[in-house]
Ligand binder design. Structure first.
Ligand code: SAM
Length: 293
């Protein structure tokens, strides 16, 4: 086996050799602890027949661990300066493709079709750039990719919101937007000391596994998310109040909102954070005839 990229000494050597300077604006905090990397990869349950999609390989710390565990790895990197570095550090591995692209603009489904033909089990595994965590996850979920799920590092505060259960202060429209597609839990929390440079925030790795069936069937998925977003605009307000301000022309149609809440069996004095996805589903369907565009 080759020497790990992710040790403080080797990372320093590589950065020095290429005169590389970190760009804060690209969320560049590289992992320098092989144990953390092994742990991340083990949570993905990859086999020698799996594929791994990575966002932001950096100098290849996680990429090489994925290359050792999976059949094929495809990594999307936005920073052109890292391409020659990766070419060098990942030269021992012949099962890695680097795509020079902003993940938010990439046609990931096409890349999977081209680069992973015949691979049935695909996971997204990444130490995400924190400034775009939510857009990246929402894009990859909305793209309806043929993947089993995600194991991803992010800011702990965002991890808490994504995995939150009803009735907690972290639970909100982001929890629902994600948990509609996947079962979400925190795999581990991670100390700042395993990064170079160390980030200002705490970090956690979460695991997201796609549902076979959505947790609730609704007439219109987009409208479900309109209703959940409206329900949390002012967290301390009741759902009835929030829907009046958040739905188009809601104030003028208070009575219809009240009727929909009654039809969905939801007390108008409850707050959004107490509703399950199933209750939001019923509510969205009851509001749909009047408020959906
Ligand atoms: N995987 C490496 C590691 O763990 O050491 C680096 C992780 S670092 C937190 C995030 C990486 O994502 C950086 O390499 C950065 O250049 C890259 N990146 C930032 N924004 C990106 C984007 N929109 N698309 C693709 N890569 C991006």
């Amino acid at each position: 086996m080759h020497k790990d990229i992710a040790t403080p000494i080797r990372t320093q050597e590589i950065l020095k050799k290429y005169g590389f300077s970190f760009k804060k604006s690209l969320g560049q905090n590289f992992l320098i602890d092989p144990n953390i990397l092994r742990n991340i990869v083990s949570h993905a349950n990859l086999t020698e027949n799996s594929g791994a999609i990575e966002v932001g390989p950096g100098i290849g710390a996680l990429t090489e661990h994925l290359a050792r565990s999976a059949k094929k790895v495809v990594s999307f990197e936005i920073d052109q300066r890292l391409l020659p570095v990766l070419e060098d550090t990942l030269s021992p591995y012949n099962n890695v493709s680097i795509v020079h692209s902003d993940i938010l603009k990439a046609d990931v489904a096409k890349v999977i079709a081209d680069e992973m033909p015949g691979i049935e089990d695909i996971m997204v595994v990444a130490n995400l750039p924190y400034y775009v965590t939510t857009p990246i996850l929402m894009k990859l979920l909305n793209d309806r990719l043929p993947i089993r799920g995600f194991v991803v590092m992010m800011q702990k505060e965002v991890a808490d919101r994504i995995t939150a259960k009803p009735g907690t202060k972290e639970y909100g429209s982001l929890s629902i937007a994600i948990q509609y597609y996947v079962k979400a839990d925190i795999a581990m929390t991670v100390p700042k000391t395993v990064f170079m440079p160390q980030p200002n925030v705490d970090s956690a790795v979460i695991r997201l596994i796609k549902h076979g069936e959505p947790p609730v069937k609704v007439i219109d998925e987009d409208f479900l998310f309109v209703v959940t977003r409206a329900s949390f605009v002012q967290r301390r307000k009741t759902i009835y109040n929030n829907l009046q301000s958040g739905l188009p022309n809601g104030k003028a149609q208070k009575d219809l909102i009240l009727e929909a809440l009654t039809a969905a069996n939801i007390e108008p004095t409850r707050r959004g954070e107490t509703l399950t996805i199933q209750e939001f589903g019923k509510l969205a369907d009851a509001l749909h005839p009047v408020f959906a565009k």
